[in-house]
Design a protein around this ligand. Structure first.
Ligand code: FNR
Length: 388
């Protein structure tokens, strides 16, 4: 579609198709603080670099003379077949990027057929996002509160709003040292830009009021945001045994996000989890950590096909998706690229980025001589190191 528009009608795309220009283009649409929040990472961004370098080390080995004009990108996860292996990674506080925010992104997800993972730190309520996503596939990402009553309230609301899979993020016991945000005195939900965030939950609101002499969340949004984040990002860790609370209160699949160590992957299997996401939060948590892709093969081996292994952190192109699939990921989550699309052109921008990635994936799979994602196997990639 983009080729035809360009070559025959001289129409250039609304959002750049060049992954390396996307961030620069988004920069023009964002204030300093919002840009720093999305483009930044932990510490000196060494983990973000490692994520990209890891993709550079793996190379695809193309095959020739294969009849493969019809490529099958369909992907089945937890009994549901999706048109492609793409998933929208959970992203918080989207109102700081574009007024379309979570409802726009969730609608875009429905329109392109990609599962939408709603963040607990959203600037719209669970009910609003569920409605906006309509007939789409939606998953709920939990920043896991220490108060079980609040957790259960969030889970019940997510269930009632049609969310089917629970994604529990484990790598954010507290927020990392993120200089780009610290230099801007920036934490979007404490600075009051994301009024709805987790503290829109009715159980949280009741407890807030009880603790604060009848004060409502709206009376002191900063304090509410502070109390909410002080609980969820307190630095305390939940125990593996505590997963029972989630299992008891969520009938659908539960997926742990933020796994980087094969031993943790094994623990996830032992504790009856339904899937894991190999992720380092896009390099936003532990600075100096290994590139997420580098841990994927060992984790896939450790899991022995008992549960699906999903992947994120650093994916920017169709080739990157192929590499992750060849190394054993069943599906991939995309983070910053679609946030840049949202920043540039709202809902349509999200769609442009996702459709672009799907087209790139389809094209590259074809050129590499594969018939679809079922041909993405370990033998199609090799790890190399070129000098310099
Ligand atoms: C995130 N991420 C994230 N993860 C999560 O579990 N809950 C959240 O609320 C957020 N919020 C969030 C905001 C922003 C601005 C970014 C960039 C990231 C992490 C996200 O889900 C995913 O793991 C990474 O973004 C994947 O890496 P790439 O694709 O951005 O390199």
């Amino acid at each position: 579609e983009i080729y035809i528009k360009g070559m025959l009608h001289n129409i250039t795309p609304r959002v750049t198709t060049d992954p390396n220009k996307l961030e620069k283009e988004a920069r023009k649409h964002l204030g300093d603080r919002s840009f720093a929040y999305v483009a930044g990472g932990a510490g000196e961004r060494a983990t973000m670099d490692a994520n990209r370098l890891a993709f550079r080390m793996w190379k695809i080995i193309p095959r020739m003379m294969r009849e493969n004009r019809e490529r099958d990108l369909r992907t089945t996860l937890f009994g549901v077949t999706h048109p492609s292996p793409l998933i929208m990674a959970p992203i918080g506080v989207q109102k700081i990027f574009n007024p379309a925010s979570e409802p726009g992104a969730a609608k875009a997800a429905e329109e392109v057929g990609v599962p939408y993972v709603m963040s607990t730190a959203s600037t719209s309520t669970i009910e609003e996002v569920g409605k906006a996503n309509g007939g789409g596939q939606r998953w709920f990402q939990l920043y896991w509160p220490f108060d079980d009553e609040i957790t259960i309230s969030l889970l019940n609301r997510a269930k009632a709003s049609g969310f089917t899979v629970l994604v529990v993020t484990l790598d954010t016991a507290s927020l990392a040292w993120r200089p780009w945000d610290l230099d801007n005195a920036y934490l979007p939900f404490v600075n009051g830009e994301g009024q709805e965030v987790g503290h829109s939950d009715p159980v949280f609101r009741r407890k807030f009021s009880e603790r604060n002499g009848g004060k409502q969340v709206e009376d002191d949004i900063h304090r509410a945001a502070g109390e909410w984040s002080a609980d969820v990002f307190s630095g305390k860790a939940h125990s593996w045994e505590h997963l029972e609370v989630l299992k008891k209160n969520w009938e659908g699949p539960i997926v742990l996000k933020g796994i980087q160590h094969p031993e943790d992957a094994k623990l996830a299997v032992q504790h009856g989890m339904d899937g894991i996401i190999v992720s380092n939060h896009g390099g936003r948590q532990v600075d100096g950590a290994i590139g997420s892709l580098d841990m994927l093969p060992e984790i896939v081996e450790a899991v022995e096909d008992k549960i699906p292994v999903l992947f994120d952190s650093g994916i920017r192109t169709g080739a990157d998706i192929i590499k992750a699939l060849c190394l054993g990921a069943k599906a991939v989550l995309i983070g910053r690229p679609w946030v840049y699309g949202l920043s540039i052109a709202g809902k349509e921008g999200v769609k442009d980025v996702l459709k672009g990635l799907m087209a790139d994936l389809d094209q590259t799979i074809g050129l590499a001589g594969m018939n679809g994602i079922r041909d993405c196997t370990k033998g199609m990639v090799r790890r190399v190191q070129y000098p310099g």
